[in-house]
Ligand binder design. Structure first.
Ligand SMILES: [Zn+2]
Length: 244
């Protein structure tokens, strides 16, 4: 989970539209939020990922659901309130269901900084406080199959790529020819791009990256050799903000 920023209300979500469609929901329980432009606007906020678990929602658009932070059954007047809507996957949305976020608050990634309440150890979220614990339990963030296993797969792949980058560093140090330098730069850039807010499971990847002694050595040696560019440093610093 990463911190997200909410941009202004979509143009089509006018007060008149919200009023008539909210009344329609209250009268007939119509899925008034289930419209393409609204879903697309929400997807833009989260870089096409689930706001809770960071799985890819672009791959299977049908898998995306409009999540009502204050649940629609108990808060029907907020069914089209922009600040109450989040892009979520079917599984996170289903797990959270009609949980009352007022009496038992959970992390809202548009309001809270997830790392204040949660941390990651061995691909499992750990709570730092009651809000973090509620979030893990309510959204089921440590479900073995759908969450922990996915983070493990992505994390293991990243660890392997970091090791490969270290091998390229050694090759470069043995002979500092341009070809070897470029291959090293390319793999390090790829690693850092996997740890940006636009990438799936970016909190997991960033946390692994910034706790990796191997990556730390690669960066330090590349700096010593004068081949750690400003661009790489920017990507490094941006990913550090996602560590959980
Ligand atoms: Zn999810």
């Amino acid at each position: 989970m990463i911190k997200l920023e909410r941009i202004s209300t979509p143009i089509k979500l006018t007060p008149a539209f919200a009023t008539t469609q909210t009344a329609e929901f209250i009268a007939n329980e119509t899925n008034v939020w289930n419209v393409d432009w609204l879903k697309e606007s929400l997807l833009e906020l989260s870089y096409g990922k689930c706001a809770y678990c960071e799985c890819d929602l672009k791959e299977e658009a049908k898998y995306m659901e409009v999540e009502h932070f204050e649940d629609k059954a108990n808060n029907p007047n907020k069914v089209l309130e922009w600040d109450n809507l989040l892009p979520a996957c079917k599984r996170c949305n289903g797990s959270k269901s009609t949980h009352d976020v007022i009496s038992e608050p959970i992390v809202n990634p548009f309001i809270d900084t997830p790392s204040t309440h949660l941390t990651l150890r061995l691909y499992r979220f750990k709570s730092k406080d009651v809000k973090g614990k509620n979030t893990i339990d309510v959204v089921d963030l440590n479900h073995t199959e759908r969450a922990v296993k996915k983070r493990f797969e992505v994390g293991e792949q990243l660890e392997k790529t970091i090791e490969k980058a270290f091998e390229r560093l050694e090759l470069y140090e043995a002979n500092t020819i341009t070809q070897r330098r470029n291959k090293l730069l390319s793999i390090v850039e790829d690693i850092l791009l996997e740890c940006q807010k636009e990438s799936i499971y970016s909190a997991t990847c960033s946390t692994i990256l910034h706790s990796s002694d191997v990556y730390s050595e690669i960066r330090q040696k590349m700096q010593t050799h004068g081949i750690w560019s400003k661009e790489l440093e920017t990507l490094h610093n941006d990913s550090a903000k996602l560590v959980i």
